[in-house]
Design a protein around this ligand. Structure first.
Ligand SMILES: [Zn+2]
Length: 171
């Protein structure tokens, strides 16, 4: 995890100490900040035996493959977040989601590292989406899950989720 603060956000002192896991404490004013694990939700959308992947337009992982998904908003369930991200990123509505599993991930955005726990869901759709969010997504691709290589995928959590999905299909 990268260091987030050089100065105490409360009193401005340089006495901020990081425990190298998640806790920042100020030696001067006792300000404490827990950089807790953030929750994210993503969905494997199956369409005709293949899956819908996003080619990322932004860092981190620019140009690499990802699933529709993102961080939860406050007061949101993981299912609501997964559906909202699908609606925002690939412009379709999904009714039912099946929970697959959760995987840890590290997401570095503008120099700040965030530990997340990514909850992965599965849903089947009838038609390949034709629209997408052009600020976040460079391209939508439809791939046979067996043909996706790890080094094409942006995040460790997604690599692990795709591995689980392939193993479930093989049963
Ligand atoms: Zn302080």
């Amino acid at each position: 995890m990268t260091r987030t603060f050089n100065y105490c956000p409360s009193c401005g002192s340089r006495g901020i100490v990081f425990d190298r896991i998640k806790e920042f404490t100020c030696a001067d004013c006792e300000f404490t900040y827990f950089q807790n694990v953030a929750t994210a939700a993503g969905t494997i959308l199956e369409c005709g035996g293949k899956i819908v992947l996003i080619k990322r337009k932004q860092e981190p992982g620019k140009g690499l493959l990802d699933l529709p998904g993102g961080f939860l908003d406050p007061q949101e369930t993981a299912e609501e977040a997964a559906k909202r991200e699908i609606r925002e990123e690939v412009k379709i509505d999904v009714d039912t989601l099946q929970y697959l599993g959760s995987y840890p991930n590290t997401y570095v955005f503008k120099g700040v590292g965030y530990h997340s726990c990514d909850l992965l869901f599965y849903s089947r759709i009838d038609a390949f989406p034709t629209e997408f969010d052009k600020t976040e997504v460079a391209e939508l691709v439809l791939m046979d899950p067996e043909e996706i290589q790890d080094d094409e995928v942006a995040f460790e959590s997604i690599k692990m989720g795709l591995r689980l999905f392939r193993s479930l299909r093989a049963c």
